[in-house]
Design a protein around this ligand. Structure first.
Ligand code: FPP
Length: 250
């Protein structure tokens, strides 16, 4: 991958053995990016897809094990119908152009969230992405679509309670067992959570999984988020001391 000199410079300073294994991103600010340019919100979302393309390629290049992108929340259904329609077209558009490269690069596509409410054409596009990449063993690329962490936890509890009733599992219930009922089963928890767009909120994203994630907020709008921003986030992450409740050994 051809990097710019400034990107090379930050990359050289990173500890390549301590790249976050799992990065989660709340991609915010598409609408404001467009408004500031006097453009319709849809143009911001389209530009946001371009950032998704670049980010996925770069995370794969950096050797991340998992990248999770918050693309549509359970709360986003309250947006105007035209915007919802537009947003629902994006996964298909993205996969249409990127799937061959994802397959070639050994990336595995996953869906987080309840697929039931997604329009049939989105489910179909995602299913195709899932089946074309299911044997891949490289980076997991997780799209959170119709995703809300509280809804995910409730679905997990319901499935767990059902299995308990049917005698498929036994008490006691511990964290590991509960984890295996979440949409993220099998994935490591995010090491780093990035939110673009200047808000300081988690917005019902991966509430269980981010218990010990490092958080990184930037005012940069998602369409403007680039490789240099990502490298800076990782550089900051590498400066943090992750204590998990313990005392610093220093
Ligand atoms: C939040 O910005 C963003 C979204 C609700 C949609 C995010 C979707 C993408 C970036 C594209 C997803 C791409 C694929 C391939 C699925 P906002 O609209 O709330 O922005 P605002 O806060 O400035 O209004």
């Amino acid at each position: 991958m051809q990097l710019k000199p400034q990107e090379e410079e930050i990359l050289q300073q990173l500890d390549r053995r301590r790249i976050p294994a799992h990065l989660a991103i709340i991609m915010d600010g598409n609408g404001r990016w467009a408004r500031e340019r006097g453009l319709p919100r849809s143009v911001g979302h389209r530009q946001g897809v371009e950032t998704v393309r670049q980010t996925v390629r770069f995370c794969d290049y950096l050797g991340l094990k998992a990248l999770t992108l918050f693309a549509f929340s359970t709360e986003n259904w309250s947006r105007p119908a035209a915007e919802i329609d537009f947003l629902m077209g994006l996964p298909e558009q993205y996969l249409q152009t990127e799937l061959p490269e994802l397959v070639k690069n050994n990336v595995r596509v996953n869906l987080l969230g309840d697929p039931e409410r997604l329009p049939a054409q989105v489910q179909k596009a995602i299913d195709e992405g899932l089946s074309a990449t299911k044997k891949n063993s490289g980076m997991a690329l997780n799209f959170a679509l119709n995703y809300g962490a509280r809804a995910e936890i409730i679905r997990a509890v319901q499935a767990l309670a059902g299995d308990l009733q049917r005698g498929k599992i036994e008490l006691p219930i511990d964290e590991k067992l509960f984890d295996s009922y979440l949409d993220t089963a099998g994935l490591p928890d995010p090491d780093l959570l990035i939110r673009t767009g200047g808000e300081y909120r988690i917005s019902n994203f991966l509430l269980w999984q981010v218990a010990y994630s490092e958080l990184w907020f930037t005012p940069v709008y998602w369409p403007d988020f680039n490789r240099q921003h990502l490298l800076r986030a990782i550089a900051d992450f590498q400066q943090r001391e992750r204590r998990y409740g313990r005392i610093s050994p220093k």
